[in-house]
Ligand binder design. Structure first.
Ligand code: ADP
Length: 169
């Protein structure tokens, strides 16, 4: 069974097999964790994203899906890009946030990744309340059958760290 660990820190500094990026559907980079990953990982990641757009995702990567590229200069082997849902008060989109975690782990299994770092997907620009996002993320990982041995949630600030810690036994 997968072990879930938590750290407060910067996901670009994690020595893991794969780092999950909270991308946007264009795959061409953005702010927040996406910008940080592209800055730290260098141009190889953006080049790989452009190739993926050209070959498979001309209309964009759909919300809840995941796809892998090189990790460039990051201390990881791969970046798994997933598109989180924008939070909505009108519509329950939690299945899409759960899908990001499930699909990222499926891609990790295809790659043979054993250690995978996740940010708190959708809790930044996409404004998902972090306590709720933490519950959905942790439940989704626990419910996924995977060969990944460690899922490390890397939380940028203390509030996000506390929200995820509250989901631990
Ligand atoms: P989204 O568009 O999915 O909301 P954001 O990048 O805006 O994505 O935010 C997602 C989460 O990532 C937020 O909790 C934000 O604080 C966090 N974050 C931003 N930079 C980093 C980083 N370098 N390492 C880990 N987490 C980060």
């Amino acid at each position: 069974m997968v072990t879930i660990t938590l750290v407060q820190g910067n996901i670009t500094q994690q020595h893991v097999d794969a780092v999950v990026n909270a991308a946007n559907s264009s795959l061409l980079g953005g702010g927040g964790v996406d910008g940080a990953i592209h800055r730290a990982g260098g141009p190889a990641i953006l080049n790989a994203c452009r190739d993926l757009r050209a070959s498979h995702y001309g209309k964009g990567l759909p919300t809840g899906k995941a796809v892998a590229t090189t990790a460039g200069d990051l201390p990881a082997r791969w970046v798994i890009h997933t598109v989180g849902p924008v939070y909505s008060q009108q519509e329950d989109r939690s299945h899409l946030l759960a899908s990001c975690h499930r699909e990222s782990l499926r891609v990790a299994d295809e790659l043979g990744a054993k250690t995978v770092a996740f940010p708190a997907i959708s809790t930044g620009v996409y404004s998902w309340p972090v306590e709720d996002a933490a519950r959905i993320a942790v439940e989704a990982v626990r419910a996924t059958e995977t060969s990944v041995e460690e899922v490390r949630f890397v939380l940028f600030d203390e509030r996000a760290y506390e929200a995820f810690a509250a989901q631990m036994p």
